[in-house]
Write a protein that binds this ligand. Structure first.
Ligand SMILES: [Zn+2]
Length: 122
């Protein structure tokens, strides 16, 4: 696999966070699948994407149970639930319990940790 660009490595490997409102994926409204920027594993469906206003791509559910792994992250003086790719272990973002129904979850994901694969039409 080719080496990841440094800005992606900073998120996926070093658990970085991109600046809010910086991701072009915020404006991605086509049907398709958001896949891991590190390994290409399918992670989130466009159907679960919603406008959270946080400045990061947000989803209320994962594509398939087990696509992501979570662990408690007590860094930075607050306890959050970190979301990682279940396949490669890359850092994706965090999940918060203030999302819309039916899950009530908000997966707050760095756009740099994702690639978008548009649904094939025709
Ligand atoms: Zn991955």
């Amino acid at each position: 696999m080719p080496a990841l660009p440094p800005e992606r490595r900073r998120i996926l490997e070093l658990c970085g966070t991109e600046p809010p409102f910086s991701s072009p994926l915020l404006e991605e409204h086509r049907n398709g699948t958001f896949v891991c920027g590190g390994c290409g594993a399918p992670l989130f469906s466009s159907g679960a994407k919603f406008e959270s206003g946080s400045g990061w791509p947000s989803f209320f559910d994962v594509l398939e149970k087990g696509a992501v792994a979570t662990r408690t992250d007590a860094d930075h003086g607050m306890t959050r639930i970190e979301v990682t790719c279940a396949k490669c272990g890359g850092h994706l973002g965090h999940v918060f319990p203030d999302g819309p129904q039916p899950t009530g979850l908000r997966y707050c994901i760095n756009g740099l940790a994702l690639d978008f694969a548009p649904e094939k039409t025709g």
